[in-house]
Structures are given as C-alpha cells and as structure tokens.
Design a protein around this ligand. Structure first.
Ligand code: ADP
Ligand code: ADP
Length: 226
C-alpha cells in the first residue's frame, strides 16, 4: 500500500532537546512531499530519521510496509541527496555515480547500464569522464542526483539540495527535480525553508514548527485559500 509511514515518531537528543514531537505521516508511492519551516524546526532531524542516519527515540517508521527502525541506512531502499553534494573529488563523475553500486557488488555491466541511464535522464553524458571540480555547481548537483537515481530507491530524500546554487540555477534545478519526479513516479521527501520552493514543488506540504507538525495539505489548500 503506502510508500512511507511515520507513527508517533519522536526525537529527543542526548542533551534532552526534544526536536521532533509525535510525528505522524502517511505518504503514498508517487507523492512529492515537502517539509517546510524555519531553521531549527526539525526538518533535517525528521529526514535523517527516515534515512536511518539518526536514531529515533520512539515511534515507528515503515518504508513500503516494512518496519525499518532497526534497518541500516544502506538497506532501507532510500537514497539521499545532500546540500553539499558530497562528491568524492578524486573520482570521475562516472565513478562517483557508480560508487554506491560497486560497494553493493553489483555486476559491472548492470552498473554501467544504470549510470548511462541516469546520465541520459539528467543530460550528463558529456561530463562522465570529468571530475567534480571541473563542473559548475548546477552540474555537480546533477551528478549528486545521478548517484541517487542509479540506486533505483523507493524513496528519494533531499535536504535543501538547492541552497548552494544562485537564484537562477535554483529555479532551473527546481524544475529539473520536478521533472525527475514525474518521470520516476516514486516518493520524494524534500526539505526546504523556502515557501516558494515548497509551493511550486510539493504535491503535499508538511509545515513544521518547533518540532511539531502544524499542517499537512496540498499547496493550493495551504496558500491559496482565503
Ligand atoms: P532544521 O532542519 O529544521 O533546521 P534540525 O532538525 O536541524 O532543524 O534541528 C532541530 C533542532 O534540534 C534545532 O533546535 C537544533 O539545534 C537541534 N539539534 C540538532 N541536532 C542536535 C544534536 N545533535 N543535539 C542537540 N540538539 C540538536
Ligand atoms: P550512498 O549509497 O548514499 O551513495 P554508499 O553506500 O556508497 O552511499 O556509502 C558508502 C560510504 O561512503 C558511506 O558510509 C559514507 O561514509 C560515504 N558516502 C557515500 N555517499 C555519501 C554522501 N552523499 N555523503 C557523505 N558520505 C557519503
């Protein structure tokens, strides 16, 4: 049934700070969900718990109906795109995209098919032999997207992926990510503090404040109703 489900999820950091309170979400397979809210409201913490990068204090997280509380990040069928791209500078762009698959011992031929396919989708064919430092910020972000796509995950997680780009590139890349979502028809969870980004990209928006979910609704219902 559902792509992703959170049931009464809480995060209390070791210093006692309660960063996420009783979060409940039921997300379908092809939704584009945006977590929006001011800095410090718990967006990253929530995303990192879904990714398995942050332990949850209580509650349950299900990905494709599988309880993943005790499943390691690499076995969760998710791929995360970071704001700083986190590309390896000594590797070519091809190797950067192939790396996660190599670690999983995927046959070379299948790795190659997946990297070529992702490069086609993102228009990266000409850049595969280059290294990340030879690329523009926007191109680097596309390599980082490619590295996520090759994994063929059930859920894409993106934490402020455009915050290092200038305004013009941000608008362009925003459109590219939306297109990617249409094409892949899989669950995207996207974190931003930018309301315009939330409104233009999300099929549903989760508004967070002080670690609480304040509203969950479509952009139209949230922003256009009087
Ligand atoms: P956002 O992504 O919305 O900016 P975060 O999820 O990063 O918010 O942080 C939520 C709150 O949790 C913030 O007040 C932050 O200071 C606090 N926080 C984040 N990481 C830790 C940590 N390791 N220990 C204690 N508090 C933390
Ligand atoms: P992914 O599947 O997200 O590409 P891998 O399974 O290839 O990641 O990760 C192997 C190791 O490489 C991770 O434990 C981490 O140390 C490092 N790594 C890979 N991708 C990233 C990233 N985007 N940011 C930081 N470290 C990463």
């Amino acid at each position: 049934m559902a792509g992703l489900k959170l049931v009464n999820v809480n995060k209390v950091y070791p210093n006692g700070f309660h960063a996420v309170h009783d979060m409940n979400l039921d997300i379908q397979d092809n939704e584009f969900i945006v977590f929006v809210g001011p800095s410090g409201c718990g967006k990253s913490t929530a995303l990192r718990m879904i990714a398995g990068l942050e332990e949850i204090t209580s509650g349950e997280i299900y990905i494709e109906d599988r309880l993943v509380n005790d499943v390691s990040p690499k076995d969760r069928d998710i791929a995360m795109v970071f704001q700083n791209y986190a590309l390896y500078p000594h590797m070519t762009n091809y190797e950067n995209m192939a790396f996660g698959l190599k670690l999983r011992n995927m046959p070379k031929k299948e790795i190659d098919q997946r990297v070529q396919n992702a490069a086609d989708i993102l228009g990266l064919q000409e850049l595969l032999k280059n290294k990340p430092k030879e690329l523009s910020g926007g191109q680097r972000q596309r390599i980082a997207l490619g590295r996520a796509i090759v994994r063929d995950p059930k859920v894409f997680l993106m934490d402020e992926p455009l915050s290092n780009l200038d305004a013009k590139l941000r608008v362009q890349t925003r459109a590219e990510i939306s297109k990617l979502h249409h094409r892949l028809k899989t669950t995207f969870i996207y974190v931003t503090h930018d309301q315009t980004e939330a409104m233009t990209m999300g099929t549903r928006i989760v508004v967070l404040k002080d670690g609480h979910v304040m509203q969950v609704d479509t952009p139209t219902n949230l922003y256009e109703k009087p």
